[in-house]
Design a protein around this ligand. Sequence first.
Ligand code: UD1
Length: 339
Amino acid sequence: MPTPSILVTGGAGFIGSHTIVALTEAGYRPVILDDFSNSRQRVLDGLRQILGHEVPCYVQDCNDRTALLDIFQRENIGGVIHFAAFKAVGESMDEPLRYYRNNLGSLLTLLEVMLETGVSNLIFSSSCTVYGEPEVLPVTETAPVLPATSVYGNTKQVGEEILRDVVAAGKPLRVISLRYFNPVGAHPSAHIGELPLGAPNNLVPFITQTAAGLRAQITIFGDDYPTPDGTCIRDYIHVMDLAEAHVAALRTLPQDGTTSHYDVFNVGAGQGISVLEVVRAFEEVAGQKLNYRIGPRRAGDVVAVYADATKAHERLGWATKRSLREALADAWRWEKALL
Ligand code: UD1
């Protein structure tokens, strides 16, 4: 019997592509499913350069049940990591139906196909957005899940609920939801990294594009928050550390069991870093000043959120290995490779 493959939906995306590297390094055989609606073919070239071989890739929509069934059978799929989803917070408020249809539809289709084909192991991409503005920091997995402030955030919350309900119904599914904090950085080879289409929404790609001269200036969204320097606090985690958390999660799920299982883990570095601290660290790493200005607050931003990742340390045997500076250096190397 050949080694079962791991289906990685959204495997050509930012976190997905780095997880392909981590899975391969750990001895798994990943198979990509991606519709390339928010990713580019060059990711596959980058993966080939890092790994020295092609990764099987199906250009399909995860909502396509017939295509999924075909891939499960053809590739001997033994587990799934489900990244495929839309993720732009602002856009989700303008196009709620498209977000619900895509993010929840793909999860439902995937679950139906998993149950039909007897594949039980699933890692689900969730987000620290489920905590909203936490009362206690660092935030643990037992903190209350607050009403979502965006449609995108709600698709993650409802996604977690769907999984919990299916497992509670005794279906033969073993699921781990990983609540990501803020993934940053790139593979140190600079062959893969974040590829935002259009103007980036997130802090680090906006910083690197500004430093590279692609954008005139970056606006820091508010310096009047109740934090030591007035800017928001987040938990930035190197994308390769985050990728490795998926491998650790997969390893804790036995390959042949049929018992139902659901669990959730924070995946963050555990350190609260302000926006200005990220800017200063980047300036040091890149050896150049960043052209920034202080602007008004951005609607929907929480003041501070960072992880207590003790549960992932203890139960998944996982810990971060890379610093924020390494992440910023890798992101900068990647940005320069794109020029
Ligand atoms: C955002 C989403 C979050 C999602 C994550 C995935 C919001 C409110 N949250 O997290 O739900 O899971 O992306 O990528 O959009 N900043 C600036 N200037 C910029 C860009 C960002 O000052 O040009 C600041 C933000 O105000 C924030 C910090 O940098 O304080 C991080 O922002 P960002 O990278 O967008 O991530 P989050 O907002 O934490």
